[in-house]
Design a protein around this ligand. Structure first.
Ligand SMILES: Cc1cc2nc3c(=O)[nH]c(=O)nc-3n(C[C@H](O)[C@H](O)[C@H](O)COP(=O)(O)OP(=O)(O)OC[C@H]3O[C@@H](n4cnc5c(N)ncnc54)[C@H](O)[C@@H]3O)c2cc1C
Length: 461
């Protein structure tokens, strides 16, 4: 519980209108995209790095817990005040501070929404590739500390691959810069990379420097429809094996297709077992050739129909379905838990088969969406968290999937992070030596344990 004394020290830093304490306001910050509700004691909305630093000085003096928050689209309760204290929301630090066309980098505040940033750089013929499904709401700061992946990972990599440097506020209130604007920098330990993917447990990101690419001149989207899920999975493996690098390579199974049709009436074939959505981008001539090769590949692997877009507008139309998938599937049952296990891409087809088999055996409804080109599966566990017996079966199915991913050299999480949902599985992938080292790093950054307490390293189920 936040003492009135401490609150009186925090309010002048941001002013009363940017310090929220009423129950109605706090409820807005009590959720992310996971299934918990946790009410914070207060929410502060700083506008500058100096304000963030002042807040952290008060917090460290009074051992006050602080949980940073971007847009709250995280899938593991990372932005919830799991052990009480304040939520520090970056939603008012939303300026794009610089887009440097000569050196192809940009500097942004953490609350900038990814899609808005993408649109701003694209106006200057530049390109920021990280593109999580949540890009229309998720923030640059949140995506950095989650090292978000997304649709274009197969060709362009993940957020970490674009972050050149950061400005952060340490739990003590000290402001620190990491990295720089240059393409090369090997001065000291790579603290930028350490903070990328740290799930908001090491430092508060107050500025992000990202590198930009030239905007690809053309893009074509292909939609391939399959009667057989295996064929779709095998197509993905064959495309990657053949050395073709599409910009995106996404897979949706029949349950997702049906949910989408029910939700958005897009004209998807309800009898299809799977749909692949594939982008190829680059120079017009290469794109035309690649689109033709990929279309042939899909057909030779059993696609019953392949549609190749002929315009930007058609590209967008084909993507509407994929972007609506999370919303559509979430309507099927009261609770939707999203898994994120990732396997080597050559095993994609067998991983999907295994996932559905695990679901069937445990009597759990599972729908599969995948950033297929990365071997990154998103099985959706469709259930009802009020039903304890059903949730025990969900738990068992998850357990089996984690074991399977580990057994084939995969990972617990490809992009959503560990959060509280997967904390208990950490020892299945990380050795005691790794875990001890990570706890040591956390202690070095945050000796009092005030930043995002209860997060993945410390969470006890
Ligand atoms: C529909 C949907 C689709 C999604 N698709 C993808 C996808 O394709 N790929 C993917 O990788 N993820 C995806 N996600 C997960 C999520 O959107 C990403 O992890 C995203 O990067 C989180 O950004 P956010 O601004 O919402 O962060 P939040 O959820 O607010 O916070 C996430 C974590 O970051 C910390 N944090 C936030 N801002 C800061 C900061 N400035 N400094 C320090 N710590 C901070 C928080 O404490 C928390 O631990 C999806 C989620 C949804 C709901």
């Amino acid at each position: 519980m936040l003492s009135p004394d401490v609150l009186q020290k925090l309010i002048p830093i941001v002013g009363p209108e940017r310090c929220k304490t009423s129950r109605e306001d706090l409820l807005t910050y009590a959720y992310d995209a996971y299934v918990h509700e946790v009410l914070p004691d207060a929410v502060l909305l700083p506008k500058t790095t100096a304000e963030v630093a002042e807040i952290m000085k008060v917090a460290s003096t009074h051992n006050l817990f602080v949980t940073p928050r971007g847009s709250g689209s995280g899938l593991g309760a990372g932005s919830l005040a799991k052990q009480g204290g304040i939520v520090l929301s970056f939603s008012m630090m939303t300026r794009i501070l610089e887009i440097n066309t000569a050196n192809r980098y940009a500097v942004v505040e953490p609350g900038v929404v990814i899609a808005e940033f993408q649109r701003a750089v694209e106006k200057l013929n530049l390109f920021y590739p990280p593109d999580p499904g949540s890009a229309n709401v998720a923030t640059m700061g949140g995506s950095v500390v989650m090292n978000a992946g997304g649709m274009r990972g197969v060709k362009y990599g993940v957020t970490r691959d674009y972050v050149l440097g950061l400005e952060v506020v340490l739990p003590s209130g000290e402001v620190m810069k990491t990295g720089t604007v240059t393409a090369k920098d090997v001065t000291g330990y790579d603290l930028t990379r350490l903070i990328c993917g740290s799930e908001g447990t090491l430092a508060l990101v107050t500025k992000v420097i990202v590198r930009l690419l030239p905007k690809p001149k053309t893009k074509r989207t292909l939609q391939a429809i399959y009667n057989n899920l295996d064929d779709a999975g095998n197509t993905v493996a064959r495309i990657i094996e053949a050395g073709i690098i599409p910009a995106t390579l996404e897979l949706m199974d029949q349950t997702i297709i049906k949910a989408l049709e029910d939700f958005a009436h897009l004209g998807l074939p309800l009898d299809a077992a799977a749909v692949l959505l594939i982008d190829v981008d680059g120079e017009p001539e290469t794109v035309e050739k690649q689109a033709a090769v990929v279309a042939e590949f899909c057909k030779s692997q059993g696609a019953r129909d392949v549609r190749v877009s002929q315009s930007e507008k058609e590209n967008e139309q084909l993507w509407v379905a994929r972007r609506a998938a999370f919303g559509a599937i979430a309507r099927v049952r009261p609770t939707c838990i999203i898994e994120d296990a990732t396997v080597p891409v050559s095993l994609l087809a067998s991983a999907i088969k295994k996932t559905l088999e695990v679901g069937e055996r445990n009597r759990v409804q599972i729908a599969v969406l995948a950033h297929a080109g990365d071997g990154n599966l998103h099985p959706f566990f469709l259930c009802d968290q009020r039903d304890k017996e059903e949730m025990a079966r969900v738990e068992r199915a998850m357990d089996e999937l984690v074991d399977y991913a580990m057994s084939v050299g995969g990972t617990l999480s490809g992009e959503h992070g560990i959060g509280i949902a997967k904390a208990k599985y950490l020892p299945r992938q990380l050795s005691p030596a790794s875990l001890n080292l990570m706890r040591g790093i956390k202690k070095t950054f945050d000796p009092q344990g005030i930043l995002n307490p209860g997060s993945f390293l410390e969470h006890r189920a």
